[in-house]
Each structure stands twice: as C-alpha cells, then as structure tokens.
Design a protein around this ligand. Sequence first.
Ligand SMILES: Nc1ncnc2c1ncn2[C@@H]1O[C@H](COP(=O)(O)OP(=O)(O)O)[C@@H](O)[C@H]1O
Ligand SMILES: [Mg+2]
Length: 450
Amino acid sequence: MRLSRYFLPVLKENPAEAQIVSHRLMLRAGMIKQASAGIYSWLPMGFKVLRKLENIVHEEQARAGHMAMLMPTIQSADLWRESGRYDAYGAEMLRIKDRHDRDMLFTPTAEELITDIFRAHVGSYKDLPLTMYQIQWKFRDEVRPRFGVMRGREFFMKDGYNFDLTKEDALHAYNRHLVSYLRTYERMGLQAIPMRADSGPIGGDDTHEFLVLADTGESEVFYDSAVTDIRLGERDIDYNDKDQCRAVMEEFTALYARTDETHNELKFNEIPEERRRSARGIEVGQIFYFGTKYSEPLGATVQGPDGKPVPVHMGSHGIGVSRLVGAIIEASHDEKGIIWPEGVTPYHAGIVNLKQGDAEADAACESLYNALQALGLEALYDDRNERAGGKFATMDLIGLPWRITVGPRGLKNGVVELTSRRSGESEELPPEQAVEKIAKIYAGHRVSGL
Ligand SMILES: Nc1ncnc2c1ncn2[C@@H]1O[C@H](COP(=O)(O)OP(=O)(O)O)[C@@H](O)[C@H]1O
Ligand SMILES: [Mg+2]
C-alpha cells in the first residue's frame, strides 16, 4: 500500500472526547470514526487490525476443533421469551418492531438461537460433543458507552457454545476454551490472566474472565503476582487430551486471581504480603460452564446411551474482538503513538522515502516494496512529498513495528536504515539484508486471511 493512495485521516490534535490513550490514538491514527455514541465506523487501518484479530481467533478455534458458523444479528423475541431472558435482560437489549408489529431484537449474545438450532437437529448423544462459534456484531445499549471501542454499544465479539452429554465432558470443553484463549491472547502479544469471576446474566457456576492488566481498565482485580510469570508459550497442546487441558487450566488458575465481584479478603491475605497485588484490568474474554440452564427450559435434549432423553450440558465463551484492538494499544504504546505487536500489526513494515522524486531513492523503495511483497509481507510505503520529520511522526503514530528508511546518502554506501518502533534502535544494512531480517522476524507471526 502506498500512503499517497491510502485513506488514513490522521489527526494532529488530541480529540477532546477521548479520555484514555487507546481511544485517543485510534482516532488520531485514523483507525475509527464515531458514527453515534458507542458506535463506530472502522476505517481501513482500523479494519485491517480488526480483521487480523478475527483471523487469529478463527485459527485458534479451528485448532481446538471448534466449528465456525454465523447467526443473524436481528432475532425474534419469541425464543428469548422461552428462556425467560426477554424480560430479564432489561434496558441493555435493543428492541425493535418489524412492519408486522412483531417483537425483534438486536442480539446481545446468542445462547437462545444456538440452542434452538441444536434442538432442531441434534437428537442423539452420539452427535456429541459439539462446539460451534461465530464472530459477529453484538449490540448492548450500555448506560455509559465510553473509552472508544473498549465499551461500545455495538461491538464485535466471538461467541462460542459447547454441547456435551455430561458435566465432565462440558468441563473439558471449558478447559479447552481456556487453553485456546490463552494461545489467542499470547499470539496477539498480550498477557491475559484468567480470573475467577461472577456469572452475571449468563448464569452458571464456573466462570473465568481474562484480564489484561492496565491502569485504564474498568475492572478491579486482586491477584498473586506469581500468576504474571506463567506463559503458555510454544507448548504442544492436544485439545482432545482431557488431562492435558485440565492440567493447563489448573496451572493457570491455582494461584489467587479474582475480580472484585468474587474477591475474598481472607483468602487474599493468605498470599505472602509481597506478592499481593490489587490493580485494574481490561476484560477481554470470559468462559462459562452453566450446565442445563438453557437446555432445560428450551428442551435441548439428546437420547442418552440408555435411550432416555437427557438435557445437554452447555457452556458459552466470548472474546471481545473489537475491545481487544483498544486493549492491545493500552498495553503497547508510548508518547509518540501505537506500538503494534508483530502478531497483529496492520502492515509488517513501513518504508520511508527521504527524498521522494530522487530516481535512485524511488527505485530502491519500489524494489524493497516488491521484495517484501514477494515474501508475503505487506509494506506501507510513504511515497508522499513530505518532510522526513512529518513522515517519521506518522509512522511512529500508526505504530508499525519496523521501519525502513531510504535516502540518497545511505544508498551511496549501499545501505538503508532499519528501525525498531519498540526500542527505537536503528541499524544500517544493505536492502536485501533488511528484507531478510524482516522476513525472519515475522516467520512465527503469520496470520491467514487479509
Ligand atoms: N460494551 C462492550 N464493548 C466492547 N466489548 C464488550 C462489551 N461488552 C462485552 N464486551 C466484550 O465481550 C466479551 C464477552 O462478553 P460478556 O462476558 O458476555 O460481557 P460482560 O462481561 O460485559 O457481560 C467481554 O469479555 C468483553 O471483552
Ligand atoms: Mg464478561
């Protein structure tokens, strides 16, 4: 992509309405534009990041054996009356009437609809286990939409649902989700800590929220500092192996880590004092096991091995995909702008031409651009007729992790400059070596799709 052709409406001034850094930087870097309160348009740069996160979620769900599907955003109220949530959900649910005066709603979540699909088509325990998920827009008419995409009214969410014959199988599904979520967040360059949480309107006994520690987070959290030392890393996970998934779950949840809703002072005080932490966090996902809470009222049963109908054990599992864009920026930025982790960056590298119109510099930039493209790497080439300072400021603001700077002086010596956005360190090297180095850096960070 050439910056001269790109739609990147960068803002020079800090927008007054933005209270937190991620909101400010997303507006300034031309990623989003507010359409109305808590509702945003995703401009090309923002949309590219959103797509990358979506693709990472898809890849990790596929790895865990979960099937992607898609359900409608507009749903009939009837099913929600059956589950009893039409009234229970309250003012957060956006209610709509169609031309025939039928009650409809914009989906805030989809337990009812997926359960309806299940009960229509699944009759035998032999069809279990089954886990399906979607990544779809949700709407919740939040009282106080704020912080940009962090607490929107319309937001993009992965929601997954498991159907199992027994509680034991459903708990395996729970653990499988926990592991796949850990992997997902780590690929996004984030540490998200599973914390025991409260189940809220979804209901159920077992639930963990995943929290990214950040001062601007809306959740109050309490934890043993030792949990921040645990990483999933590159371990080989067999998602069908119940013991292995349970062991990972136990490893990540054994130490004290809770949100304020489930916080217990007595238990907290058992942690050695120097490891006790209270902080703030951003909730980027949540998993639930809720047994037969929906399958019983909605009649989602299967014929068990003994021929008798039994209600299935279920769980639901969400990732806040659009919120994650903000959460990543909260966790990774400096005073100049965003610093994208390699796994989610909208472009792999930026190319800055210090002397646009200089035949040699132009040709070197083109050839770098093509060499990266040939390796499947996307560059954003700043080919505008601007001062170097302005070009650097834009690159720093939008936060591409690697920048190649090309100028006539360097080219005389056969070198370009490769700069890390994170460390600010630069090195001079021949263009081919810069390309090689970038390719090596991204070898472990490939995301399929756009
Ligand atoms: N208003 C919102 N704006 C952006 N993301 C949201 C919003 N509400 C929920 N999410 C994201 O969706 C994930 C799953 O939603 P859920 O746990 O059902 O929401 P909540 O905890 O708000 O009841 C949350 O962990 C969060 O990351
Ligand atoms: Mg939640």
